[in-house]
Design a protein around this ligand. Structure first.
Ligand code: SF4
Ligand code: SF4
Length: 246
């Protein structure tokens, strides 16, 4: 049978016999390439359930493995190892250790949603990629990605003040990710903005940076949002059987 996705075969599992003769016919080299058989014993039978419990992963059970998501994927066009169809297959069959071999590239999904438009089963593969990246972080298989750290900073600021102050977000995001604040592109952007910014608006931005204003009567909304976020975190951790935080 033809091998359609040869990139999925680990090189160490390909066995080529230099010299094989069958019934007097020389089948050496290309004709005697075999894939080493293997036995998987460490299935995580709850894997699909765990991914489905996270936001975005809800429809993973609908996948019928047509491959349209991978065929249309922006990142797969650059890196054939980025393969949403294959990861969905691994998740649905509980092959956690195989999935973990790709843990360092799953987060690279750029959320273009081409896969979501191509999918005939409304699996929403983009959501499944997000849920899988989130699962990897929650289970401690990967560090929090920069996009997660940015989302956290953004969310914390909204909950605390009911407002977004871009300068503070960038400053805190850089601090969380260990980046220097004075980066050439940022300094250049700030100079250009400063040149065009009306004086009054510049003054208001400076004031907001220094004094961190809040939306009026925000306290109740802030408490409700905090409670909701906490509930969702606890729900996710419970679904993944992670010890609950106090
Ligand atoms: S959303 Fe992610 S998985 Fe889907 S096509 Fe874009 S990069 Fe690929
Ligand atoms: S396009 Fe949809 S149904 Fe097809 S393999 Fe991808 S997720 Fe599964």
């Amino acid at each position: 049978m033809a091998i359609h996705e040869k990139s999925l075969i680990r090189p160490e599992n390909l066995k080529v016999q230099d010299k094989v003769v069958v019934d007097g016919v020389d089948v050496s080299g290309h004709w005697s390439t075999f894939i080493q058989s293997r036995v998987v014993t460490d299935y995580n039978e709850a894997l699909e359930e765990e991914i489905a419990a996270l936001p975005g992963g809800e429809h993973i059970h609908r996948c019928w493995q047509c491959g349209s998501c991978t065929n249309s994927c922006t990142v797969n066009a650059l890196n054939p190892d980025f393969n949403p169809r294959y990861w969905i297959y691994l998740i649905r069959t509980g092959m956690e250790s195989e999935l973990l071999r790709d843990k360092d590239i799953i987060w690279q999904c750029v959320s273009c949603n081409k896969c979501t438009y191509a999918c005939p089963r409304d699996v929403e593969p983009e959501g499944v990629m997000k849920a899988t990246a989130h699962w990897l972080e929650l289970k401690g298989h990967t560090q929090k990605s920069k996009s997660t750290l940015f989302d956290e900073e953004f969310t914390e600021q909204v909950i605390a003040t009911g407002k977004i102050e871009e300068g503070r977000i960038i400053r805190n995001f850089f601090a969380r990710t260990g980046q220097p604040l004075l980066q050439d592109w940022l300094v250049e952007m700030a100079k250009r903005v400063a040149r065009r910014l009306p004086f009054k608006q510049g003054l208001m931005m400076g004031w907001a940076t220094l004094f961190r204003p809040r939306t009026r009567k925000w306290a109740k909304a802030s408490a409700a949002l905090s409670e909701y976020v906490h509930e969702q975190e606890q729900r996710n951790r419970k679904a993944l059987r992670i010890e609950e935080r106090a």
